[in-house]
Ligand binder design. Structure first.
Ligand code: UT7
Length: 321
């Protein structure tokens, strides 16, 4: 006996992004701390990053990115029945971002929750959104990755201030066009408990701290197999991808994973160069900007790979809206 109606697969219906206005260049950082443009470009591949204004909040950025994603999907706020915000940088735990975003966008009485899987948060969120749609729990989900890392990074610490930045990216997830279409592929996810402390914010009075070299080693060795497996489960060869959009952590990490993925010739997102590392915002931000430039087109298969604190990771193939 069936207890729920049959529902089609899920897909991304629209994307949106927001970057704060203030651009901080490597020269700006070199003027206030002992670093250089050359060191930063060589070690992490960043030339500039965006930093939110003092009163600009995670929710402010999420509202703008979310509104753009709704417009791109051709939907009204009233069409949305679930809001998920992936974030790890809220200034206080309540009220949570998703409820604020829903209220400010005029989405009437949706389910609303925040999700913290650090820099893997957006891909975890996509899995949650797709599951909500395919189970019938929601019809259209607004998912936003939004971060204000600048609130949690010591602006005088050269090992972190050069890397982390602010921004938001959003996707609307809804039913796929046809019953057999899979717009959001199977996720490969996990966490690495024994390395749980390698990236952390100890308490509300502490800044973000990371053991950079250990994270670098993990990212460049453990994640390519996750990316390969996500392609295998989606039934696509890495060389048939239209793009690879990993978390924008460090350009050297991105290039190392891309090499081991075996997707020669496939475009790889390098948004980090002028966006910095925006944690859970980095994947939707990079994907939305690639789509806006025409680097990926509707229906294109793209591999997403989130990874970061926890150490937590998630990869999946999606079709572009
Ligand atoms: O979203 C997840 C985010 N986390 C990551 O992606 C972290 C992955 N790890 C990394 O990206 C790299 O480990 C870092 C970029 C964080 C650091 O690069 P590294 O090549 O591992 O440098 P290091 O920490 O081994 O430091 C080498 C030297 C040190 O000086 P000494 O002790 O050799 O004299 C550092 O003090 O570089 C120094 N250093 C800097 N020098 C100039 C550290 N930061 C800077 C800087 N400018 N900004």
């Amino acid at each position: 006996m069936r207890i729920s109606p049959a529902v089609p697969g899920a897909r991304i219906l629209g994307l949106g992004e927001y970057q704060p206005a203030t651009v901080v260049t490597n020269a700006d950082l070199a003027a206030r701390m002992d670093t250089s443009d050359e060191w930063i470009r060589t070690r992490v591949g960043i030339r500039s990053r965006r930093i939110a204004g003092p009163t600009e909040s995670v929710a402010d950025m999420a509202v703008i990115a979310g509104g753009k994603a709704l417009a791109a999907a051709g939907l009204d706020p009233t069409d949305v029945d679930l809001v998920i915000v992936a974030t790890c940088t809220m200034p206080s735990p309540i009220p949570h971002a998703a409820a604020q975003v829903a209220a400010r966008l005029g989405i009437p009485a949706p389910g609303a929750y925040d999700l913290n899987a650090a820099c893997a948060g957006f891909v975890y969120g996509l899995t949650a959104a797709a599951s909500a749609v395919t189970s019938g729990a929601a019809n259209r989900v607004l998912l936003v990755g939004a971060e204000k890392l600048s609130d949690w990074v010591d602006r005088d610490d050269r090992s972190t201030a050069i890397i982390f930045a602010d921004g938001a990216g959003a996707a609307v997830v809804g039913p796929a066009a046809t019953e057999d279409e899979v717009g959001i592929g199977p996720v490969v996810w996990g966490s690495t408990g024994e390395q749980v402390d390698l990236i952390r914010i100890a308490d509300r009075n502490s800044y973000l701290w990371q053991e950079g070299q250990a994270v670098f080693r993990w990212a460049t060795t453990a994640l390519a197999p996750v990316a390969v497996e996500a392609c295998r489960r989606a039934g696509i060869a890495p060389t048939d991808l239209a793009a690879f959009v990993p978390h924008q952590a460090n350009l050297r990490i991105i290039e190392a994973i891309a090499r081991r993925l075996g997707a020669a010739g496939v475009p790889v997102a390098d948004d980090i160069v002028d966006a910095g590392n925006t944690s859970s915002a980095s994947i939707p931000l990079a994907l939305a900007r690639m789509a806006a430039r025409g680097d990926v087109r509707p229906g294109d298969p793209v591999l997403l790979l989130g990874f970061g604190a926890g150490l937590t990771y998630a990869g999946q193939v999606v079709l572009c809206p």
